[in-house]
Design a protein around this ligand. Structure first.
Ligand SMILES: [Fe+2]
Length: 288
C-alpha cells in the first residue's frame, strides 16, 4: 500500500507538470499539493519552451514507450480478421501511436516517466491532444490485440456455455444472458459515429459489467474526459483501419467476425485484474 501511494503521488506530480493534475481524486490531494509544489520549481516559466529536456541535435531520442511483439502470428485470427489487416494494424497504425508519443516524451521528461496505466486514467480536457490521442491509442490497441486469439469452439460459441465460469457468471448477472450482452455490444459498436471503440467494462463501485462506447482513442478509464472511469475488460476497435481491407464498409460483418476470435480466457484474466485493481496487467505483454 505504501509503495502504491508513493507511486500515485509521484504520478500526480508528473501530471502537474503536464497540466493534467485537475483529474486527480480528492484522496490524492495532499500528495498532489506537495508534489505540485516540488515539480512547479522544475517547470518552465509561462511562455518558455522546455528546451532543456530535448535531446541535442544528432542524439538518439530515448525510446520510452516500447511496442511489444504480437503474442501470436498475424495469421492467427484468419479467416475472421485477416493477416494483412492484423499486420498493417499492428506494425503501422499502433507503431505510429508509439512514434508520436515517444516524440512528445522526447521533449517532456515528465511524460517520459509515466506509465500508461497511470497516464490514461488521468487524462482530462486540458491534456494536450498529442498525449491524449497517442497514449489512448497505445493503451486501447494493447487491450484489443491481447483479447484476440485463434478461433476455437469457445470463440465460435453463440452462448456463454464454454466461457470461463467467472466471466460467464458476471455477464449473465449484468446482462441477463450472453445473447443480450452480444446484442448490446454489437449495437454499441455499430452506433459509434466515425472512429471509436465499444467496450465491456467493470464498474469497481457496483461490481457490475457494462457496455459503453468511446470516441477516437479515448478509454472508459478516463473519467476526466467525461467517461465512466470503469475498467475495460474487452474492446472492439471500430476505426475503419481495423476492418476495411476485409469487410469494406460493412461494420456489422466485422463485429460478427470479431466475436469469433475473442480470447475469453484473457477477458476472464482481465476481469480478475480489474477486481484486484491491477491495471498494469491489462496491457502487459510477455515481450515488453
Ligand atoms: Fe486500430
Amino acid at each position: 500500500m505504501v509503495a502504491k501511494n508513493a507511486f500515485a503521488a509521484a504520478a500526480i506530480g508528473m501530471l502537474a507538470v503536464l497540466g493534467l493534475a485537475a483529474s486527480a481524486s480528492a484522496s490524492q490531494g495532499r500528495a498532489m499539493l506537495a508534489d505540485t509544489m516540488m515539480m512547479s520549481m522544475m517547470a518552465p516559466a509561462p511562455g518558455m519552451m522546455m528546451m532543456s529536456m530535448a535531446p541535442a541535435p544528432g542524439m538518439m531520442m530515448p525510446m520510452t514507450f516500447k511496442q511489444p511483439a504480437l503474442p501470436y502470428p498475424y495469421t492467427a485470427t484468419e479467416p475472421f480478421i485477416d493477416n494483412r489487416t492484423n499486420t498493417i494494424h499492428f506494425t503501422k497504425h499502433l507503431a505510429t501511436y508509439y512514434t508520436n508519443l515517444n516524440t512528445a516524451a522526447s521533449t517532456n521528461s515528465s511524460l517520459a516517466m509515466m506509465k500508461l496505466e497511470a497516464l490514461v486514467p488521468a487524462l482530462n480536457m486540458g491534456t494536450p491532444k498529442v498525449i491524449r490521442n497517442n497514449a489512448g491509442g497505445i493503451f486501447n490497441h494493447l487491450i484489443f490485440f491481447k483479447t484476440l486469439m485463434m478461433p476455437t469452439a469457445m470463440t465460435n460459441s453463440t452462448n456463454n456455455t464454454m466461457l470461463p465460469e467467472d466471466i460467464a457468471t458476471a455477464i449473465n448477472s449484468s446482462f441477463g444472458n450472453f445473447s443480450a450482452f452480444e446484442k448490446n455490444m454489437t449495437e454499441t459498436a455499430l452506433g459509434v459515429f466515425g472512429s471509436g471503440w465499444a467496450w465491456l467494462t467493470y464498474n469497481p463501485k457496483t461490481k457490475a459489467l457494462a457496455v459503453e462506447p468511446t470516441a477516437n482513442q479515448d478509454n472508459p478509464l478516463s473519467a476526466g474526459l467525461n467517461y465512466s472511469g470503469n475498467t475495460p475488460l474487452l474492446g472492439i476497435d471500430v476505426w475503419e483501419h481495423a476492418y476495411y481491407l476485409k469487410h469494406q464498409n460493412v461494420r456489422a460483418d466485422y463485429i460478427k467476425d470479431w466475436f469469433m476470435v475473442v480470447n475469453w480466457p484473457q477477458v476472464s484474466a482481465n476481469y480478475k485484474a480489474a477486481m484486484s485493481g491491477d491495471m498494469s496487467m491489462l496491457t502487459s505483454y510477455a515481450s515488453a
